[in-house]
Design a protein around this ligand. Structure first.
Ligand SMILES: NC(=O)c1ccc[n+]([C@@H]2O[C@H](COP(=O)([O-])OP(=O)(O)OC[C@H]3O[C@@H](n4cnc5c(N)ncnc54)[C@H](O)[C@@H]3O)[C@@H](O)[C@H]2O)c1
Ligand SMILES: [Zn+2]
Length: 379
């Protein structure tokens, strides 16, 4: 018998569009996306907070579909924020809505909301019929500059962040800038941390741009905020599309810089600490560790901390000091959980310099703890 072993590369198209007023009748983006997909039915789900901030949105969507190449079969509102990721409740409700609307695999679920909402709805879309076509419209700084242009979605389980989920390329992502400007100020500002993160690990020029525009970025000037979101989103999307490991089967995770502590702080705080603030603390910690361990030049901290301070982002959280019955810092368990979540050997990205990450496989726990003490003193 001849053997028929084969290896065939599989390609995916990752469509990411930047625009404003996606549902305006003269905006061609959504029509072109739906036309390309050979549209059928479309169900729109909107996060409550977004619908409340944009009271005319449902009308706009209904009017817009008069000329779109797919039939609008409903607009449903749903809550967002971390509670929708806490368990399966909202995933199941989304499945029920997909089923009731008779969406098939050629139909679209158009989801408009923040990162937590998109994670839960995206997981439901990726698993209903093994995947209905998801068109994401992220509405927060973080979801536009990072999570919304990615290919992952998940909810929490067993006390762990993002424990159940899938890798699934959305049919399209539409970053509609107008949504950025209705977010609560804390969310609008907080999501900038993922832009600082991707600049630090990938693009020195972008970090220098952030430094040069610090004042206007800190003031959340619309044009600067939008430019920052777009550049960060492109760096994230390019890493996924061109970095050679879109579904993260290797151990290296440059986009997770600072995230081992962040994820643990989120679960220690029972998810009351938002992801952006947790990442900010985690990024401060791993930046300091990079500098104090000699991986990076000592001058690194002197560049990064003024940016974090200038943007008014957190560098410390009391949960860094919480201890278990053996008097160990609880957050350190995050290292093991991070390794287990990603698979393979422990791989943490540290900074060799601005714009240059380096994977490390061993950690000096005593030094991590002294960095935590230093952060407490700095904060
Ligand atoms: N899938 C991924 O690859 C990935 C990557 C990074 C982060 N995440 C996840 O993203 C989540 C955080 O997302 P987030 O920072 O967008 O927070 P969020 O989704 O919790 O939204 C923050 C707040 O803003 C409100 N809101 C959202 N858009 C608004 C708008 N335009 N106007 C007014 N209010 C608005 C929400 O209701 C919520 O109260 C975390 O759960 C994190 O784990 C996922
Ligand atoms: Zn993140």
């Amino acid at each position: 018998m001849p053997r028929h072993d084969f290896q065939i590369p599989v390609t995916f198209k990752h469509r990411v569009v930047f625009t404003r007023n996606a549902f305006s009748p003269d905006n061609p983006e959504l029509a072109s996306i739906l036309r390309e997909g050979g549209g059928r039915r479309a169900l729109v789900v909107i996060e409550n907070a977004v619908a409340a901030a944009w009271p005319g949105l449902e009308r706009e969507i209904t009017d817009c579909f008069q000329t779109l190449p797919a039939r609008l079969v409903g607009i449903r509102l749903m809550p967002g924020g971390e509670t929708v990721k806490a368990d399966e409740t909202w995933v199941r409700k989304t499945w029920e809505r997909i089923a009731a609307a008779h969406l098939d695999r050629h139909s679209y679920l158009i989801a408009i909301g923040g990162g937590a909402f998109l994670d839960a709805v995206g997981y439901a879309a990726a698993t209903a019929h093994r995947g209905v076509r998801l068109v994401r419209l992220p509405t927060t700084t973080l979801s536009q500059d990072d999570s919304g242009v990615g290919v992952k979605c998940a909810i929490n389980a067993f006390g762990k962040k993002n424990w159940v989920g899938v890798f699934a390329v959305p049919f399209a992502v539409i970053n509609d800038f107008r949504f950025l400007h209705s977010q609560p100020e804390e969310t609008r500002r907080g999501g900038l941390i993922e832009a600082v993160k991707v600049a630090l690990v990938k693009d020195r020029g972008f970090f220098e741009w952030i430094e040069a525009n610090l004042e206007s970025l800190a003031a959340l000037e619309p044009a600067t905020l939008e430019a920052c979101v777009e550049r960060s989103a492109m760096l994230h999307a390019r890493h996924i599309a061109e970095g050679g490991d879109p579904f993260e089967s290797g151990s290296s995770r440059p986009l997770d810089f600072g995230h081992w502590a962040a994820h643990k702080l989120e679960s220690l705080s029972a998810y009351t600490l938002p992801h952006d603030q947790a990442v900010s603390v985690g990024l401060a910690l791993d930046t300091l560790y990079s500098a104090r361990s000699g991986i990076a030049p000592p001058s690194l901290a002197g560049r990064v901390f003024p940016v974090l301070r200038g943007l008014r982002l957190a560098i410390h959280h009391p949960a860094l000091d919480w201890r278990d019955s053996l008097d160990q810092r609880k957050v350190l368990a995050g290292l093991d959980e991070f390794r287990e979540h990603l698979g393979g050997e422990l791989t943490l990205l540290m900074l060799r310099d601005i714009g240059q990450g380096i994977d490390v496989h061993e950690v000096d726990y005593a030094l991590v703890e002294s960095c935590m003490d230093e952060l407490r003193a700095m904060a």
